[in-house]
Design a protein around this ligand. Structure first.
Ligand code: SF4
Ligand code: SF4
Length: 113
């Protein structure tokens, strides 16, 4: 995996103190979401209230709306958080595996905290 740290630090510095969720949506959608990945449903925090998470979700907490095979139970429903709807799969965030995506998202979460 390419070392993205300098690039992520540069972007984080540019956009501090913008929340990670907002920051990611500025990416350009340039790939199809990997089905059954689920990394963006675990690594980032979500501050708003949504089903099964009345106080939002902590970074690293698995979303309770994620099925055992890592699909969103709220997909297509109005109660799905806006931040989830707005999140677009991009290569620089999603990497080539779920493990890479978790690592990148963790790093972004830390850098934009
Ligand atoms: S991290 Fe990227 S590839 Fe994985 S579920 Fe989220 S949008 Fe899809
Ligand atoms: S609501 Fe759906 S898309 Fe949003 S974090 Fe939970 S499982 Fe993922």
């Amino acid at each position: 995996m390419t070392n993205l740290t300098p690039f992520l630090k540069y972007l984080a510095e540019l956009h501090k103190p913008v929340k990670l969720s907002r920051f990611i949506t500025w990416g350009v959608e340039n790939m199809e979401c990997r089905l059954h990945c689920g990394a963006c449903c675990i690594a980032p925090s979500i501050s708003s209230s949504f089903p099964l998470h009345p106080n939002g979700k902590e970074a690293g907490e698995r979303c309770k709306n994620l099925t055992d095979d890592n699909l969103c139970k709220l997909f297509g429903k109005p109660e799905r958080p806006k931040v989830c709807h707005d999140f677009k799969a991009t290569e620089w965030v999603c990497g080539s595996t779920a493990i890479e995506a978790i690592a990148i998202l963790n790093e972004l979460e830390t850098l934009t905290r």
